[in-house]
Write a protein of this length. Structure first.
Length: 509
């Protein structure tokens, strides 16, 4: 089976969030199952210099007003995963971020930048751009709004075409653009209607993916259920309810070749389930690095996140005075809303004895904080899946989360019952308020003072298996069902996997 995996970012070629982690780990896990996956993404300068053995394999015929594009083939760093970059200087070679300029404003031509990515994906899928060796995909897997037009473009083709899968990683990011882009992007006027891409008189790339893909997925079973409701559907719940026969939630995994305390090269000392003594060394090193007192018995609480309303950064700021009045230390790593960034900066000055803040995302520090912390704050007003809480579990750091989306699917609240039956892995609360967060923190700090119970919770957390193997198997079964092609799923029978998917789909319905 051959799969073209289209995405806007993939770590370490380009990253702004969890999509990049998924876009690396899932293709690699699928290749372990024998599926021939190839990655397609924009040719950002940072990606071009990081792929291995880059070479131009095709001149892309001018389209959508873009006449400077080539297709660059290479290999994903330290893997055998083929990657193809759509190299267009006018679209992708610019200073600033992937989606915004240095001032934090969206690039005014984002509609064209990502429509062109989808156009190239469609040309490859239809055999109009050759990847050599007569390679053509059986499945096109488009990810998030950036690739949302890809299923639409393929649906316009009257002849044979690959089956299409569209994954929404976060319904809040929709890729909505003014209607006057319609002709420029090659979208037929007939598609600009409620049953097509029109969304409040705009073109919605997300809606295009949801409407025109053969199958639709999202990144956790609970989020699949939540986004069928007005509270979480972001205006698209009606579209999803109409597609529910073709819609399933598959939980994300983590790449344990990158996030694994036993082999993590970013840590001062590694550790593993059988011997977690290295975690204390990591804690001491981070305390020293962050200018905090080296105190092994003082609870160290971490927050590694985008500093946004979604991630409840405002609620954490409200709780910080209470938290810093306790005998604890707090370290935050992340960036986002400027006002909230400033709030964290002010808090670190006000509570300098026990709080340290790093504004800006730093991958090595994020790894060191996950390894060093005793508790990770990972709440959210909504969370499609979440990865930081999964990293925390792997590193023996107990997460505090709100009961929503993938957070509800992955963290078992430490209650009297779950502690007794040894299923507890963290702390869960319900309402997005500082009072509920403080209550969960209070429960966590109380248990931290019970060393034997705390150690058992740490070991239970580390024993959880959130690798990509199970999730990749479910995607492989979905590909097989969509395309009609058999795929060898190894020990787990395909019928069992499809039954699992059907049960999650029925739960969503």
């Amino acid at each position: 089976m051959r799969v073209l995996f289209a995405t806007a970012e993939a770590y370490p070629l380009a990253k702004t969030g969890g999509l990049a982690d998924v876009s690396r780990a899932l293709p690699l896990a699928l290749r372990k199952l024998g599926i021939d996956v190839r990655l397609l993404m924009p040719g950002y300068p940072r990606a071009y210099v990081r792929i291995e053995n880059p070479r131009i394999v095709a001149k892309i015929t001018p389209a959508l007003g873009v006449d400077d594009a080539t297709l660059v083939e290479g290999t994903f760093p330290e893997t055998d995963l083929p990657v193809y970059l759509v190299d267009s200087p006018s679209l992708y070679r610019r200073n600033g971020g992937l989606y915004q300029d240095d001032a934090g404003k969206d690039w005014p031509d984002n509609a064209l930048r990502f429509a062109f990515l989808a156009h190239v994906g469609a040309e490859i899928a239809l055999g109009r751009i050759s990847l050599g060796q007569e390679w053509a995909p059986d499945i096109v897997h488009a990810n998030d709004w950036h690739a949302g037009l890809l299923p639409l473009y393929l649906s316009l083709h009257s002849g044979p075409r690959p089956s299409t899968i569209f994954t929404t990683h976060n319904m809040a990011f929709q890729g909505n653009f003014p209607a006057d882009w319609l002709t420029k992007l090659g979208i037929p006027g007939a598609c600009f209607q409620a049953a097509g891409v029109e969304f409040y008189n705009q073109i919605s790339f997300l809606k295009a993916g949801l409407r025109y893909a053969d199958r639709v997925t999202t990144v956790s079973p609970t989020y699949a259920k939540e986004i069928l409701t007005p509270e979480f559907g972001c205006g698209m719940e009606g579209v999803l309810r109409q597609r529910r026969e073709d819609f399933v939630g598959i939980l994300n995994g983590i790449d344990d070749s990158l996030w694994n305390p036993a082999v993590d090269p970013m840590l001062p000392r590694t550790f593993h389930l059988s011997d977690i003594s290295g975690k204390r060394a990591c804690k001491a090193a981070l305390q020293q690095e962050m200018g905090l007192k080296v105190a092994p018995d003082t609870p160290l609480i971490g927050f590694v996140s985008r500093i946004t309303h979604q991630k409840m950064a405002d609620v954490i700021l409200e709780a910080l005075p209470w938290l810093c009045a306790q005998d604890v230390q707090f370290v935050s790593v992340g960036e986002g809303d400027p006002a909230m960034e400033a709030g964290f900066g002010q808090a670190s000055e006000l509570y300098s004895a026990n709080a340290s803040v790093v504004v800006g995302y730093d991958e090595p520090i994020a790894h060191r904080l996950q390894a060093a912390a005793d508790i990770l704050l990972a709440p959210a007003r909504f969370e499609p899946c979440g990865l930081t809480q999964l990293y925390a579990l792997k590193y023996g750091t107990l997460p505090i989360v709100r009961r929503t989306g993938g957070l509800a699917d992955t963290v078992v609240d430490a209650t009297a019952t779950s502690i007794a039956d040894r299923s507890a892995t963290g702390f869960v609360f319900d309402e997005a308020t500082s009072e509920e967060l403080i209550s969960a923190l209070g429960r966590a700090l109380s248990l931290y003072r019970e060393p034997l119970i705390w150690r058992r919770l740490q070991l239970q957390a580390m024993a959880q298996d959130f690798s990509w193997d199970a999730s990749a198997t479910q995607y492989a079964a979905l590909y097989s069902a969509a395309s009609g092609m058999p795929v060898d799923l190894g020990a787990k029978d395909q019928h069992v996997v499809l039954a699992d998917q059907e049960s999650t789909r029925q739960a969503a319905i």
